[in-house]
Design a protein around this ligand. Structure first.
Ligand SMILES: NC(=O)c1ccc[n+]([C@@H]2O[C@H](COP(=O)([O-])OP(=O)(O)OC[C@H]3O[C@@H](n4cnc5c(N)ncnc54)[C@H](OP(=O)(O)O)[C@@H]3O)[C@@H](O)[C@H]2O)c1
Length: 342
C-alpha cells in the first residue's frame, strides 16, 4: 500500500529560517549517511524511518553521493522510495546531496573540480530519480583547486536548475568568507554551512558561528550526537547493534575513561531536565539562535522518536548551561577537521 502522510504533520515542529533566506527548515533533519545503504535496508526499518520522520514534520533529508555502503546506494534506495511513495510530496521536501569525498576511481572522482562536482550531481539526480535537489553542497574544502572553480560549479548547478540552493560543508571561517564572496559575484547565495558540532566537538564556537551570523548564512550541525557517543549506550559495554560494532566511522579508541566520565555527568544533568542525553544534546546544539537545524542519524524508529521529542524542552537556564560546560569538553572525535584547517 502506498504511504499516506499524517495530516497533522505540520502541527509538531517549529521551523527555523535558514540565514536570511526564504527557506524554513525543520529543527531536526534526518541524514542518510548510515543505515540507509545496501540492498535490503529500504524494505524495512529505514523506509519506515523516512515516513515516520515526515509524519512528525521532518521535511528535510540529507544525502551525499557516497553514502552507503556501497557508495551511491543510499541515494539509490532513497530514489526508490521517492518513486514509490514520496513523489506526490516532492514540493514538501528539502532534499540535499553533496560531492567532495571519494566517489569513483581516477582524478575526477573526488575533491572540488568542476569536472567532478557537475558529473557527481548528475549521477546523484539519476540515482534519486529527481529533476533537481534543493541543496547541493561542496562536501569539503579542496586546498588544491582554486575556490573560483568550485564556486563556478556550484553556480552552474543553480543556473542549470539542477539545484535550488548551494551550501558548503566543513569549511573554515576564512574559506567560508571567501566562498560567500565568490558565490555573490556569480549572483548566487551561499545558503547554508554544514559543520560537525556537538557537546564534545565544539570547534565552530571559535569563529565560524560568528561568521555565519555576520554573513547571514544558515547553519545545520551534523553529528550532533557525536555519532551516538552522546547517549548512554557505551557506558557499560559495546552493544552488538551500534556504530562501533559495525566497525564503521566510530572507533573503539574513542571510548576513553575521560569520555565515560563526561557522559555519566551529562546523563545526570539530562535526567534533571527530564530528558534523555540525546534529547539534551540536541536541545543544546539548537540553543544558538543562528542554528537552523540539527542533522541526526538514526538506526531505529525508537531513536528517531526519542530525538524528535527533544523539541519538548529546548530552554536552558544559565545555571544549566554552566553545569553542562563543565563536561561538554572536546574529545578527539572530529574526523572532518582536515577540511577546516585552511
Ligand atoms: N557533511 C559531512 O561531512 C557529514 C559528515 C557526517 C555526517 N553528515 C550528515 O549528518 C547526518 C548525521 O550524522 P550522524 O549519523 O553521525 O549523526 P548523530 O545523530 O550524531 O549519530 C547518529 C547515531 O547516534 C545514535 N543515536 C541516534 N539517536 C539516538 C538515540 N535517541 N538514542 C541513542 N542513540 C541514538 C545511533 O547510533 P547507533 O547506530 O550506534 O545506534 C545513530 O546511528 C548524516 O546522516 C549525514 O547526513 C555529514
Amino acid at each position: 500500500m502506498t504511504y499516506k502522510a499524517h495530516n497533522k504533520r505540520y502541527e509538531k515542529l517549529n521551523y527555523r529560517r535558514c540565514g536570511n533566506s526564504g527557506l524554513l527548515l525543520p529543527p531536526i533533519t534526518l541524514g542518510l549517511w548510515h543505515n540507509f545503504g545496501g540492498k535490503n535496508n529500504m524494505l524495512n526499518e529505514s523506509k519506515k524511518m523516512l515516513f515516520r520522520a515526515f509524519d512528525r514534520g521532518v521535511t528535510h533529508f540529507d544525502l551525499a553521493n557516497n553514502y552507503g555502503p556501497p557508495y551511491g546506494s543510499a541515494e539509490k534506495n532513497f530514489g526508490k522510495v521517492m518513486k514509490s511513495d514520496l513523489r506526490s510530496y516532492r514540493d514538501e521536501l528539502i532534499i540535499s546531496t553533496k560531492a567532495g569525498y571519494d566517489m569513483w576511481p581516477g582524478p575526477y572522482g573526488e575533491w572540488g573540480s568542476k569536472k567532478y562536482l557537475i558529473a557527481s550531481l548528475d549521477q546523484s539526480l539519476k540515482r534519486m530519480q529527481l529533476n533537481y535537489v534543493d541543496i547541493f553542497y561542496s562536501h569539503r574544502f579542496d586546498p588544491l583547486t582554486p575556490l573560483e572553480e568550485t564556486a563556478d560549479a556550484l553556480a552552474q548547478a543553480v543556473n542549470q536548475g539542477k539545484a535550488l540552493y548551494v551550501g558548503i560543508s566543513s569549511y573554515s571561517s576564512k574559506q567560508t568568507i571567501i566562498m560567500n564572496k565568490l558565490l555573490k559575484q556569480r549572483g548566487i547565495r551561499c545558503l547554508i554551512h554544514q559543520p560537525s558540532y556537538s557537546m564534545i566537538n565544539r570547534w565552530i564556537e571559535k569563529d565560524l558561528l560568528q561568521t555565519l551570523k555576520k554573513l547571514k548564512i544558515g547553519c545545520i550541525a551534523f553529528s550532533p550526537l557525536a555519532q551516538g557517543m552522546l547517549s548512554n549506550k557505551y557506558i557499560k559495554e559495546i552493544p552488538k547493534k551500534s556504530r562501533i560494532s559495525d566497525n564503521s566511522s566510530l572507533d573503539l579508541k574513542m571510548i576513553t575513561k575521560t569520555y565515560i566520565k563526561k557522559i555519566k555527568n551529562l546523563n545526570r544533568l539530562a535526567k534533571k531536565r527530564d530528558q534523555t542525553l540525546p534529547q539534551m544534546a540536541l536541545a543544546w546544539v539548537l540553543r544558538h539562535p543562528i542554528m537552523t537545524s540539527a542533522l541526526i542519524g538514526a538506526r531505529t524508529i525508537k531513536q528517531l522518536d526519542d530525538c524528535l521529542d527533544s523539541q519538548n524542552n529546548l530552554e536552558f537556564t544559565k545555571y544549566e548551561l554552566k553545569e553542562i560546560d563543565k563536561y561538554a569538553i572536546n574529545e578527539k572525535i572530529n574526523l572532518w577537521e582536515n577540511s577546516s584547517k585552511y
